[in-house]
Write a protein that binds this ligand. Structure first.
Ligand code: NDP
Length: 284
């Protein structure tokens, strides 16, 4: 039976370490979060981010804009935040309502304040092995892996998913750890067979419980990034990952659950990125 990684406890430890470091600074790192429209899930994420930002001793700047906000207005806000010395990190909550163009908005964020790591500059820095700001969920995955596997050199890593937000940055981070990395996607042939070669298997697919137990190499470390809401008993819904946890935990050496695995790491890593950005901007 696999050892289960407690992402919630790990994230709490990470936030405590961030709070301790923030307390030593002569300034308060500031995180600006921009929410356009009233998507219920986004509202909950933004409220959680603001609460946790304040809890670690940082300043939170919330900008809630109506769904009919124009592209020009949003761009002007981002430019204003770029110039604001109290703001060290800027996050524009995605997805943006139509017809806003998210690519153009993200491109307007100063790469030094891009705590989501989504600008082309930060993606390029990551690909080139330069220090930059790394997307929060991939950073969370690599911190959990580092904690379990002190040396990943030479391990076979398979990442299922090639999005700019999750799959590609995770693959880059695993490469930096000297893993032999394969990125799989919807056109990959014999995905189960490929997964069975993985010492580290990362699922970032968005398909509920797609990765079956017999896809997992015995003893492998399995990181499940997926967050899928599916019907449960009595007309309710529940969250499941991209991995069939019940089956996979019989073969894996270590595995993240959903919920309580990778999910809690994302906001903790956002706070870590804000601290990193603040220290760079303030020249510490
Ligand atoms: P995307 O939809 O952007 O990407 C999904 C990727 O999975 C694509 O590369 C796609 O391939 C691949 N894929 C889809 N179906 C299959 C299949 N049947 N076999 C193999 N590959 C497949 O999703 P994201 O990367 O944004 O997110 C992935 C998951 O992670 C989602 O469940 C999301 O909810 C979750 N997530 C969790 C976060 C957290 O905080 N824990 C944060 C962000 C995301 P192709 O490119 O060929 O289409």
């Amino acid at each position: 039976m696999a050892e289960i990684i407690d992402g919630k406890a790990f994230a709490a430890k990470l936030r405590a370490a961030i709070a301790a470091e923030v307390a030593t600074l002569s300034y308060k790192p500031g995180l600006a979060v921009v929410l356009v429209g009233d998507d219920p899930a986004s509202k909950v994420y933004v409220a959680n981010k603001a609460r946790q930002t304040v809890e670690v001793g940082m300043r939170s700047f919330e900008h809630r804009l109506p769904a009919d906000t124009s592209q020009e207005h949003l761009l002007a806000l981002v430019r204003q935040l770029n110039e604001n010395p109290a703001v060290h990190g800027i996050l524009v909550q995605l997805p943006l309502p139509k017809p806003l163009n998210a690519d153009e908005i993200i491109a307007a964020i100063s790469p030094d304040k891009d705590v989501d790591g989504l600008t082309v500059v930060n993606a390029g820095r990551l690909a080139a092995g330069l220090s930059g700001l790394v997307p929060c969920t991939p950073l969370g995955c690599i911190l959990l892996l580092e904690d379990r596997l002190t040396d990943m050199t030479g391990l076979n890593a398979v990442v299922i998913g090639r999005s700019n937000l999750v799959g590609k940055p995770i693959a880059q981070l695993l490469l930096q750890k000297n893993c032999t990395v394969t990125i799989a996607h919807s056109r990959t042939r014999d995905l189960p067979g490929l997964c069975r070669t993985a010492d580290i298997l990362v699922a970032a697919v968005g398909q509920p419980e797609m990765v079956k137990g017999d896809w997992v190499k015995p003893g492998a470390t399995v990181i499940d990034v997926g967050i899928n809401r599916v019907p449960a008993d009595a007309g309710k819904t529940k969250l499941v990952g991209d991995v069939d946890f019940v089956q996979a935990q019989m073969r894996a050496g270590t595995i993240t659950p959903v919920p309580g695995g990778v999910g809690p790491m994302t906001i903790a890593c956002l706070l870590r990125n804000t601290l990193t950005a603040a220290k760079r901007i303030e020249g510490a």
